[in-house]
Design a protein around this ligand. Structure first.
Ligand code: ADP
Length: 847
């Protein structure tokens, strides 16, 4: 009900409130009126009837005293003048009826059962009360009737009672009419209230409805300019604000005003923002255009710079080639000229020309190196190198120069430095040459220059037989030293510690800058410690890769007695292997090694033979040399793989092919895999490296019987031959070929003279291809028998000849001189091999 009221429109609410209020008031007033009227009406009826009763009582005293009912009847007959009195009785104090009106109603005496007008209980109680001494009158209302009893006394003695019954019908109907009129008046006034309240409620509801409608309109139209008129305005009393509704309207108008103002502000801000955005967009677009133009210009500039850089590199390469070729001529001729008879003056001049020429060539080489490094085109040429040999050769080289200046030159390379490392020997030599050259240059008569090599940052407990090896090289002198503030700058391009040094000592200031870049390329760094007047110590570190089975050189620590390199040395494999190798020495060594591992070996001398054998026999593994005449290893592999795809499904199989290549350069492995090979073994390889690779592809066939390889002996180095290789060949002799070393030496001595012939011919006619191919073959054979130095020289010749064959500048290469040096070393190797006594029983394996 309350909810219903709450949901009503305001208008109805107001009407309902007013109706309820006035209805309740009317109801209460009407009730009071009716109550009052009822009481008054009853009182007047009782009083009237009691007055009549009292008159009759006074008039019937005598009749009762004298027991004269007739006189009493006569008195009662006078009641005929009161038609409303329906009956009357005189009752004696004992309750007996004395007289009645109208006459004849005696039989129906009060209290008799026939008289329904008698309230018997009431009569009895009245009589008892009256007898007890009470006086007065008693009345009782019944429907449409009123009974009144009045006592009849004579000097306080009770004689009897007068009973009157009055008919109230007419009076009741009068009363009902009165009630009707009152009710009608109430209803009428309620109706009037409805009409009046319906009109009056508008005073409150109309402005609120207006407000509601206006609010809805504003929220729909967003028109905040709308205003509601105030209802109360009085120019005389402007301070009077009207009632709460006026305050509400004022508040509403004020709110619209504020919203309107805020909207205006927002619109203004929006416009400002829009214009700012437009400005910024325009600025951005301008900046963007600018940027795009700059990027275009930069791209163009970059392309131009790249082109210029390429042009510069090409120019430098061409220029160095163009200058060096005639310079080689000049220097060569100068050497010849100096060997002729010359006057002292002429000799001095010619000598000066030669020195200047040599300086010029070295300057050009430095500039070429620098431009290569700066263009990021400097590539390392990795190969096996022997640090001891390299340092020893360099000090040999500088001996004469040092002696001429009266400078002592010493070198220390500890025996623990590993022998078989992979690195760029040429670049290492270049750094050392620069440092040793500087040291001699800046050290005076009686001074000392010392070259030292040692391990760099050795970690305790580190396994020295695996992973990269870092070596530290030191060139210390007792020369002029370097000022502390110059020590950092001398590694910059064209920087010299003292401007006057150029005049006094010569030099370009490029050597240390190149050395620093080369050290960084080789994974190391360079530095100097120096005190002016006391000398300088230049040091640098280089990182080398290590051949997997590198062992310390003979005579160093535990290696002195030799050892059996564990399970690898005793490994036993089974399977049929095809060895494809064109070099007879290598073929012999590898065959022997494979047989010692337990394999059955077939050999092929080139790709065509290999293909033929692979077609007619089934192999468990093929070891394929890469560079061979007729058909090289790459093409042979491709052909074998093609054959495999043509085999019917049941016979289809993939024979593992392991590449044997001498070029241990980055990218070789990928090339081999791309041709269809499965694995890769870089030459020269040791027995255990071969065993590892072959073991990966063949099923192990068990281990050799007890007592086969046991103790092995090492021999001293035999000049140009590497003792470890000789040891290994000796150890292999235990596999049933006691004459292996002699046999290999014989094959080498038989097959290589022809290679020397070809080298000489190639040098004579300047045939780079012939030189490269022949140097490759000799390098390979020499590596297999342990002629490391000869192999290294052949490798250098091969690399230079290949570059020259490809059109590159031939790096100071005077073929005749290089081949001459190779021939000299070859002579030493042959002499050493010839002097090799057949293995004595003590050097063979004791079983
Ligand atoms: P160059 O010697 O050709 O001028 P470098 O780059 O090899 O160029 O050397 C730069 C400078 O460093 C030298 O000019 C010299 O001033 C100084 N320097 C190099 N080595 C030594 C040294 N051992 N003793 C004193 N000064 C040296």
């Amino acid at each position: 009900m309350v909810t219903l009221f709450r949901l009503m429109p305001l208008r109805r609410k107001l009407i309902t409130i007013m109706l309820l209020t006035s209805g309740i008031s009317l109801l209460m007033i009407t009730a009071a009126l009716i109550l009052h009227e009822e009481v008054r009406f009853r009182e007047s009826a009782v009083n009237q009837l009691a007055s009549i009763g009292k008159v009759i009582a006074a008039n019937t005293t005598a009749a009762l005293s004298f027991d004269d009912p007739g006189a009493a009847g006569d008195t009662l007959a006078a009641l005929a003048a009161h038609p409303e009195i329906r009956q009357a009785h005189i009752i004696r104090r004992d309750g007996a009826l004395f007289a009645a009106y109208p006459a004849g109603r005696d039989s129906a005496a009060p209290g008799s059962d026939e008289d329904d007008h008698w309230d018997r209980d009431f009569l009895d109680r009245s009589l008892e009360t009256i007898r007890a001494g009470e006086s007065g009158e008693f009345y009782s209302f019944r429907p449409n009737e009123l009974d009144v009893y009045v006592t009849i006394r004579l000097d306080d003695e009770l004689l009897g009672l007068v009973h009157l019954t009055s008919d109230m019908t007419e009076l009741s109907s009068n009363l009902s009419r009165y009630y009707g009129i009152v009710a009608l008046a109430a209803v009428m006034s309620l109706l009037v209230t409805v009409v009046v309240s319906a009109r009056l409620q508008r005073v409150v509801s109309a402005p609120i409805m207006d407000l509601t409608r206006t609010m809805a309109g504003v929220s729909q139209s967003n028109d905040y300019a709308v205003r509601l008129p105030r209802r109360y305005t009085d120019a005389r009393y402007p301070a009077r604000r009207g009632d709460e509704i006026d305050a509400l309207i004022d508040g509403f108008n004020d709110m619209l005003l504020q919203i309107g103002l805020r909207d205006e502000r927002l619109a203004r801000q929006g416009e400002i923002l829009e214009s700012q955005v437009a400005d910024r967009t325009a600025a951005l677009s301008t900046a963007n255009d600018e940027l795009e133009r700059t990027v275009r210009e930069l791209r163009h500039a970059k392309r131009t710079a790249e082109a210029a850089n390429r042009a510069k590199s090409e120019f430098l390469a061409n220029m160095s080639h163009e200058i060096r070729t005639p310079m080689n001529g000049v220097l060569g001729m100068m050497e010849l000229l100096l060997e002729t008879d010359l006057s002292d003056r002429q000799r001095r001049y010619a000598d000066a020309v030669r020195r200047s020429g040599e300086t010029l060539v070295s300057l050009i080489n430095s500039i070429l190196d620098l431009s290569k490094i700066e263009a990021g085109k400097m590539e390392l040429e990795l190969g096996t190198l022997d640090v001891r040999t390299l340092v020893r050769d360099l000090t040999d080289f500088f001996d004469g120069q040092a002696a001429a200046k009266g400078v002592n030159l010493a070198c220390f390379v500890p025996a623990s430095i590993p022998g078989g490392l992979i690195g760029d020997a040429g670049r290492l030599r270049q750094i050392l040459t620069n440092l040793i050259g500087n040291a001699i240059k800046f050290t005076g008569n009686g001074g000392t220059v010392t070259v030292r090599v040692g391990p760099a940052d050795v970690t305790p407990g580190q396994d020295a037989s695996a992973g990269p090896v870092r070596l530290r090289f030191e060139v210390a002198d007792t020369g002029i030293g370097i000022q502390p503030d110059k020590q950092a700058t001398i590694f910059e391009v064209f920087a010299q510690a003292d401007g006057s040094t150029t005049r006094r000592y010569g030099g370009t200031g490029l050597g240390l800058a190149i050395a620093r870049q080369l050290c960084a390329l080789m994974g190391g760094e360079i530095g100097v410690a120096s005190a002016p007047g006391s000398g300088s110590t230049f040091w640098f570190t280089v990182q080398f890769r290590q051949l997997a089975d590198v062992e310390p050189a003979p005579g160093a620590g535990a290696a002195a007695s030799g050892r059996v390199h564990g399970p690898d040395g005793a490994r036993r494999l089974s399977g049929r292997v095809l060895l494809v190798e064109d070099n007879p020495v290598n073929r012999e060594v590898a065959t022997e090694r494979l047989m010692r591992l337990g394999c059955t070996v077939d050999v092929a001398a080139n790709g065509i033979e290999a293909l033929d054998r692979a077609r007619h026999h089934s192999y468990d593994l093929i070891l394929m040399d890469c560079q061979m005449p007729e058909l090289d290893g790459f093409d042979a592999t491709r052909a074998i793989r093609l054959d495999e795809t043509r085999l019917p499904g049941t016979r289809a199989r993939h024979v593992p092919i392991v590449a044997l290549t001498a070029n241990a350069l980055e990218g070789d492995r990928e090339r081999c895999l791309a041709a269809g090979m499965d694995d890769y073994l870089a030459k020269p390889f040791s027995h255990s490296q071969l065993s590892d690779v072959v073991g990966r592809w063949l099923t192990p066939g068990g281990y050799p019987p007890v007592g086969e390889p046991g103790r092995m002996e090492t021999t001293e180095s035999l000049g140009p031959l590497d003792s470890r290789t000789l040891d290994e060949l000796r150890r292999m002799a235990g596999g049933g070929r006691p004459d292996l070393l002699a046999s290999v030496a014989r094959i080498y001595l038989e097959s290589t003279p022809e290679l020397l012939e070809r080298l000489r011919a190639g040098a004579k006619i300047g045939d780079w291809h012939l030189l490269a191919a022949t140097a490759h073959a000799l390098k390979s054979s020499s590596g297999s028998i342990g002629a490391a130095e000869l192999s290294a020289r052949c490798r250098d010749l091969e690399t230079a000849a290949r570059r020259a064959a490809g059109g590159a500048a031939p790096d100071d290469l005077v073929p005749g001189r290089v081949v001459g040096a190779i021939e000299a070393e070859y002579g030493r190797v042959c002499a050493a091999l010839a002097s090799l006594a057949p293995p004595t029983p003590a050097e063979t394996i004791s079983s």
